[in-house]
Design a protein around this ligand. Structure first.
Ligand code: OGA
Ligand code: MN
Length: 286
């Protein structure tokens, strides 16, 4: 019988141990992990390198798998599963991509505060990111707690946004970065998703300020006012007091709840190899 041990991180998240993620999870372990995610929203497992098979099996135990942006491009990839996201600056042939390669834009886009796949229905629930090769400097990942962010809003703001809904679009962040070379068909492949700015977690009852870089307008507001509101809310949500910064070690598995957090990668030299691998589950309606 394995037993989950948790050590809280600051200002949120927890270091998790006691369950071998490379082995099939029993129902009690699944429940323990879900309960821990409800409370901490980010779990850091050290020294748990997973093969692709193990990572997929672990993710499947927690929900149906999400494909995210990989729906758009079906080009060659390095993995045995289309469901694994290649969070790296490495091309399909295994070489580090040069800076003009399309893959690098994806790396830059990951450095904007976002919730994975918030641009689709269903959105992503858990992301599970495994560190394989790390650069000598930088490349940390930061997480902001959207529950703490909601709780800290002034009352006038809570009232203002109570019934507002944001439109999230898959290519908005790409367009911001000048990555506009998509066919009309690609632009329509993932239609925008609409999410209330204020969400109530069906499992914990906690309120969540659901913003991120994929949000591009607020229903019923002008583009300008809506975007300003989104930027203000995201700035509020990502104050340092709500942010856990993860310094990676090879073999780390970090999982986060995309419905309760936003995250971003930090600067590293794209000339240096950085390889992480992500499996993601879809949110299942409560
Ligand atoms: C991701 C992501 C950031 C990073 O895997 O979803 O945004 O630091 N990663 O690589
Ligand atoms: Mn991400």
């Amino acid at each position: 019988m394995q037993r989950l041990t948790l050590t809280p991180l600051q200002p949120f998240g927890a270091l998790a141990s006691g369950i071998d993620l490379s082995q099939p999870l029993d129902a009690a372990s699944v429940r323990a992990i879900e309960d821990a995610m409800d409370e901490h929203a980010v779990l850091v497992w050290r020294g748990q390198p997973l093969t692709q098979d193990q990572q997929i099996a672990f993710a499947r135990a927690l929900g149906p798998l999400d494909m995210g942006l990989r729906k758009l491009r079906s080009g060659p990839h390095r993995f045995d599963y289309a469901e694994l996201a290649d969070i790296s600056n490495v091309k399909a042939d295994g070489e580090v991509a040069d800076r003009s390669h399309a893959k690098i834009v994806g790396n830059v886009a990951n450095q904007l505060w976002h919730s994975d796949s918030s641009f689709q229905h269903p959105r992503a629930k858990y992301s599970m990111l495994s560190a394989v090769v790390l650069p000598s400097f930088g490349g940390e990942t930061e997480f902001a707690d959207l529950r703490m962010a909601y709780d800290a809003l002034p009352d006038w703001r809570k009232r203002q946004i109570e019934h507002l809904k944001a439109v999230h679009y898959a290519l908005h962040s790409r367009f911001m970065l000048g990555d506009t070379d998509y066919t009309d068909e690609q632009k329509k492949t993932i239609p925008p998703a609409v999410w209330p700015l204020v969400q109530v977690d069906p499992r914990t009852g906690r309120k969540i300020l659901f913003v991120g870089v994929h949000a591009c307008e607020i229903e019923g507001m002008t583009l300008a006012e809506g975007r300003m509101l989104i930027m203000d809310l995201l700035e509020h949500a990502t104050q340092r007091e709500f942010v856990y910064r993860h310094h990676w070690q090879v073999g780390d598995l970090v999982m986060w709840d995309n419905t309760a957090t936003v995250h971003r990668g930090r600067y590293y030299d794209f000339g240096e190899r950085r390889e992480l691998r992500r499996a993601t589950t879809e949110e299942v309606a409560a």
